[in-house]
Design a protein around this ligand. Structure first.
Ligand code: PMP
Length: 379
């Protein structure tokens, strides 16, 4: 059975054009970018070209981009790097209550090492209000981390206003832009980010490569040790096929993003309008307007989300609850709790995320299957 894929926020298929440009870098142009011979120089050139493409896309300078294995590493590098470089200045971090685990857990770890962390609450739509961030800052604050958009409920944060506050206090500002790069315009200068993380597999590139943007002048201790690649900021042999693939994915987004945003937004709005018409006891989660064009997130009263996913899966539909349950034991999503959902609604979550290959037929099929799936589970 061919799958209908509604889980683009988890990962996207790699665009065939991306795979095509990567291929020669596995078996013809396989040099190590640090090698001084011809194959090495070829790899180095490809890497630097990819860096330029990515930098251009997000309004950065090439030397401000460090390629990483993904956004998890980029977020870890940013948080531990800032903590290490600034520990003598202060030991307080401000992060939002709706961050991804790859921001949350490094901050939690730092708490065990004598740092203090303030988790800024979200409102019922998942919005982090700039004033609440401002109120959380102390003389000891060395990092503010607020994501660009939620991977679960799709809410887009008022990052520009928060950046102004951070800048006014001279505090580095980390923006996790994993769900926005390639999906909506992202420009580090316009956003005011000092650090920004992204991951290629979320925008039709390959898995295993991402990047951290580090604004020139941002103090950051080195992360991986054992080599001076990436200007000494990230040791390890660079992933050339990955970087080439990431750059191609960027080029395709540059070409198609605005059109894709419009299409996906139309599908999203149809789901947001029609699902509550067809099914009773539904709540839409996340902000209705300040929201990713490809995200629709619902809670169904009296329905076990895991069972609903299994039911959809049996109908060939791949969706998500928005957050993974912990080692098989169901625990309600931290983000849904942060926006004040009662357990019943938090457990009955369904995240639908759209992408390049979503079609009208996919939407029709979901609208056909979902009502009886939900009602069947309520019996
Ligand atoms: N941040 C956000 C908001 C994410 O959605 C994800 C991936 N789910 C990550 C960070 C981590 O990205 P990766 O798994 O590519 O390292």
């Amino acid at each position: 059975m061919k799958h209908i894929y509604f889980d683009y926020a988890a990962t996207s298929p790699t665009d065939p054009d991306v795979v095509k440009v990567m291929e020669p870098y596995f078996y013809e142009k396989y040099g190590n970018a640090s090698s001084p011979h011809a194959l090495g120089r070829e790899a180095q050139n490809a890497l630097e070209q990819a860096r330029e493409v990515l930098a251009g896309f997000i309004g950065a300078k090439p030397e401000e981009i460090v390629f990483t294995s993904g956004a998890t590493e980029a977020n870890n590098q940013a948080i531990f790097g800032v903590a290490r470089a600034n520990a003598n200045k202060g030991r307080h971090l401000v992060i939002s209550a709706v961050e991804h685990h790859s921001v949350h857990e490094p901050a939690d770890f730092l708490e065990t090492q004598g740092f203090k962390v303030t988790y800024v609450p979200a409102d019922e739509n998942g919005v982090i209000h700039p004033q609440v961030v401002a109120d959380a800052i102390t003389n000891e604050t060395i990092l503010i981390a607020i994501m660009h958009a939620s991977n679960e409920i799709g809410t887009i944060q008022p990052v520009v206003k928060i950046a102004e506050i951070a800048k006014g206090k001279n505090i580095p500002f980390l923006v996790d832009a994993v769900q926005t790069v390639g999906h909506i315009p992202v420009n580090v200068k316009e956003l005011g980010a000092d650090l920004l993380s992204l991951s290629a597999h979320k925008f039709y590139g390959p898995k295993g490569i991402g990047a951290l943007y580090i604004r020139k002048g941002t103090k950051l201790g080195s992360y991986l040790l054992g080599g001076d690649q990436e200007r000494g900021r990230r040791a390890s042999t660079q992933n050339i096929p990955g970087a080439v693939g990431l750059a191609k994915a960027v080029a395709l987004c540059q070409e198609n993003m605005i059109e894709e945003m419009k299409t996906q937004q139309t599908y999203r709005d149809r789901l947001l309008a029609e699902i509550p018409q067809k099914i009773s006891g539904v709540k839409i989660n996340g902000h209705l307007h300040q929201r990713l064009p490809n995200n629709a997130h619902f809670s169904f009263q009296g329905v076990e989300g895991e069972s609903l996913l299994m039911n959809l899966d049996m109908n060939g539909i791949c969706a998500s609850m928005g957050s993974a349950c912990t080692s098989g034991a169901m625990e309600a999503s931290r983000v849904l709790k942060a926006i004040g959902l009662e357990d019943d609604l938090a457990y009955g979550a369904l995240r639908i995320t759209l992408g390049r290959w979503s079609t009208e037929e996919h939407i029709e099929r979901l609208l056909e299957v979902l009502p009886s799936a939900v009602e069947g589970l309520r019996l």
